[in-house]
Design a binder for this molecule. Structure first.
Ligand code: SF4
Length: 284
């Protein structure tokens, strides 16, 4: 068996081993709390925007946001009154993100829903067949959201970078993990991902690169890069396309579990590594 076929065999096996039963270790669990796709897409945008830091902290912040929205995301957004909400949300903050940053995002989502009916339809309207990856599509969406915010938000704004931080922009050079995570959740469909933004091609997703994915991808030779940049995301995705050209990002959830669940140590460790499902293709 050649090296590439070997990698595919082990990665496919890893993909099949880490499914639905592992979502309790992932923020997507908060999105899957809802059955209605309209609630799911709003929850997904908010939870992915907060998906920085440790999973336990993300879950805490995400739970607080959803409970401030009375666990009815669509209804809450459509009836949002910023003057009342600013008082109600006063105690919310998550690292650099303040209550008014979250409410500005909700206000923008409300305007999109009024105009397009669903956020998925709006994203699809921003997709061009010439987009070589969906990061380009999402960059258009981010630009429009920032323009809407400047035009429509009439209430006080918190100081700092909180609002911009909620909307990572793939047109910059960073890996934009949270944007690509949102797209993975919404565009792929299987027992983990929701696939409710129909019409967008899974082949054009980019892998959400965080420290776990960068390290695992390095270990198995999908990249030699050590940084969390757009280039690293593209390089890893290009390699994964050799194993599934239509759905390269399907390996993300399983690979990431090895890091999140501390199954892969930072340095090769014979005790842990001998039970690793991708031991045979690890080059450390
Ligand atoms: S063999 Fe060890 S270092 Fe390599 S991916 Fe598996 S756990 Fe990580």
């Amino acid at each position: 068996m050649n090296e590439s076929a070997d990698k595919k065999k082990y990665l496919d096996s890893l993909f099949h081993s880490f499914g639905q039963q592992y979502i309790s270790s992932d923020p997507i669990q908060l999105v899957k709390r809802f059955d209605n796709p309209e609630d799911q897409e709003i929850a997904a945008i908010l939870i992915s925007a907060l998906a920085f830091g440790q999973v336990s902290q993300i879950l805490k912040a995400g739970n607080m946001v959803l409970s401030l929205m009375e666990n009815r995301p669509t209804e809450y957004v459509m009836n949002l009154d910023p003057s009342a909400a600013l008082r109600h949300w006063k105690k919310f903050y998550y690292r650099m993100v303040k209550h008014s940053d979250m409410l500005r995002l909700l206000w923008v989502l409300k305007s999109i829903k009024y105009e397009c009916g669903s956020i998925g339809r709006w994203v699809l309207g921003n997709y061009r067949k010439t987009d070589i990856h969906l990061g380009i599509t999402w960059a258009r969406c981010v630009e429009q959201m920032k323009i809407s915010d400047r035009k429509l938000w009439k209430w006080p704004r918190s100081r700092g970078i909180g609002f911009n931080h909620l909307l990572p922009d793939p047109s910059k050079n960073s890996a934009c993990k949270r944007a690509f995570l949102l797209l993975r959740w919404m565009v792929r469909k299987d027992e983990v991902d929701l696939g409710i933004w129909e019409g967008l091609p899974t082949a054009k997703l980019l892998i959400p690169v965080d420290t776990h994915i960068q390290r695992l991808a390095f270990n198995i030779g999908l990249t030699n890069r050590r940084d969390l940049s757009a280039k690293t995301a593209m390089e890893i995705t290009t390699e994964l396309k050799k194993f599934d050209s239509n759905d390269p990002v399907k390996y993300d959830f399983a690979l990431c579990r090895l890091g999140i669940l501390k199954m892969c140590p930072k340095k090769r460790n014979l005790f842990k590594c001998k039970t690793c499902p991708i031991f045979e293709i690890c080059r450390l």
